[in-house]
Design a protein around this ligand. Structure first.
Ligand code: ADP
Ligand code: MG
Length: 235
């Protein structure tokens, strides 16, 4: 099985302290986690060819080792419905002050994930316990309410299921307040692929100081990782 060792080695030998978003997503995909179809372009000139093999609408994101929060820097535009809109989005990013000041590796064009509940899956390496995995509902649930559940890896399917029922916002997953229920099985599967026996964190224990999928977008049928951040340990 391809476990993405070469992605990590490539980032390290380039002197990087983290995997970039395309590499992070390839690593997730190597562990069977769904990610959007995407292409990296260097500027507007690559857009037409990239869109030939993609369904609209798409998202455009700046890829830069200097930009941690792409939205804050004006580096994310969602729901773009034509090549012209994509080109405009890239041109606007190229003129944004924070992006002009950064080293830019390119612009990631990717398909929109089916709409759903945004979740966060996180990981930290504990010096004593090794990798810990975390799950929470997205947005204010993580940022303001700190509604998250943690476990030491490796986790079992039952652990993953219990992590979801522990969340104060668990009812939202079941479709509270007129929302649609989302696939809890899809979240559990993603948690196992990350934190289970033979999962990404166990296979790469020692490689990552910190990681997160923020967000994992979960619909009634599937869970798609639309953002990925993997911070490398120092060697
Ligand atoms: P950052 O966290 O660096 O600002 P993200 O890649 O997480 O950037 O994108 C910001 C937001 O845009 C996400 O939280 C999500 O709501 C939305 N988004 C990003 N990519 C997609 C996608 N492929 N499909 C649907 N929504 C997306
Ligand atoms: Mg994000």
């Amino acid at each position: 099985m391809n476990t993405g060792v070469e992605l990590i080695e490539a980032a390290r030998s380039a002197g990087r302290t983290a995997l970039d978003e395309p590499a992070g997503k390839r690593l997730l995909a190597a562990f069977g986690i769904k990610t959007p179809k995407s292409t990296l372009v260097s500027g507007v000139e690559g857009v037409a060819a990239a869109l030939e093999s993609m369904g609209l609408p798409v998202v455009v994101k700046v890829v830069s080792p200097d930009i941690l929060h792409k939205s804050d820097a004006g580096g994310v535009k969602v729901n773009l419905k034509s090549g012209a809109e994509v080109e405009q989005a890239i041109a606007a990013m190229q003129a944004a002050p924070q992006i002009m000041a950064a080293q830019v590796d390119g612009y990631l064009i990717e398909e929109m994930a089916p709409p759903g509940q945004e979740m966060v899956i996180g990981a930290v390496a504990d010096p004593q316990f090794g990798p810990l995995v975390m799950v929470g509902l997205g947005g204010i649930f993580v940022e303001v309410l700190a509604d998250v559940a943690f476990r030491i890896c490796p986790i079992t399917r039952l652990d993953a299921q219990e992590m979801l029922t522990e969340l104060k916002g668990a009812a939202i997953l079941r479709g509270a307040r007129g929302g649609k229920p989302v696939s809890q099985d899809a979240i559990v599967d993603a948690l196992l692929k990350i934190g289970g026996d033979g999962g990404l964190l166990m296979r790469h224990a020692g490689d990552f100081k910190e990681a997160d999928i923020n967000p994992l977008i979960v619909s009634e049928t599937e869970a798609v990782a639309v953002d990925a951040r993997f911070i490398l340990t120092e060697r």
